[in-house]
Write a protein that binds this ligand. Sequence first.
Ligand SMILES: Cc1cc2nc3c(=O)[nH]c(=O)nc-3n(C[C@H](O)[C@H](O)[C@H](O)COP(=O)(O)O)c2cc1C
Length: 214
Amino acid sequence: MELDLSPRELLTTTRTVRKRLDLERPVERDIVEECLQLAFQAPNGSDQQTWGWVLVDDPDTRAQMAAIYMAALKDYMNRPRTKPAGARPPQTPKQERMTASVMHLMEHLHEVPVLLVPTFHGRCETGSLFDQASRWGSIAPGVWSFMLALRLHGLGSAWTTLHLHREREMGELLGIPETETQAGLFPVAYTIGTDFKPADRTDSMARVHWNRWS
Ligand SMILES: Cc1cc2nc3c(=O)[nH]c(=O)nc-3n(C[C@H](O)[C@H](O)[C@H](O)COP(=O)(O)O)c2cc1C
């Protein structure tokens, strides 16, 4: 059953869900596929639909995916930095909360009922800006529509990219050919409660430019 949300509520309350993913409640394949049908309505370059949607509900595979995600997150945390830890500003309380939430997801990823890896055809790391924009722009609207559709059905997700530090490892596990680019990894679960608040993005007004960059 769909939640009774106005378009404004849907757009303002589809949040990143990590701690409120219900790890106990199974997710029916039908619901996920219904949400994908909505995602398929999203725009994509020349309507080529070169996307791929790898959905995993097998517990062993999810556990292996979670292990790759954890290793990739550790790669990211241990990356070489220009400034030593002591020279970096301390995290704000908001950043601390987000870090705790990211860690929570990492620790529980194997328990999330369904994991999604969306892909697009081809590689564009060394391509022109046009090529990169066209390829990424052909998957991002679909993924976001999927997240909106999940919210409408009482489910939630989080856009994650950390595993891409180990993209090939994930590709080998899931049989994704090297010709396809993985766009991220999306946990899919019912949410614990369905009441979510809009984010505070007021700072963004300072990034608005009318007529000319100023
Ligand atoms: C491109 C992109 C990459 C992200 N990567 C991760 C990630 O790897 N892990 C994670 O836990 N969250 C990730 N996030 C979620 C953001 O941290 C999240 O959107 C942000 O904290 C704001 O939360 P909100 O979307 O609920 O407003 C990512 C979001 C985007 C759009």
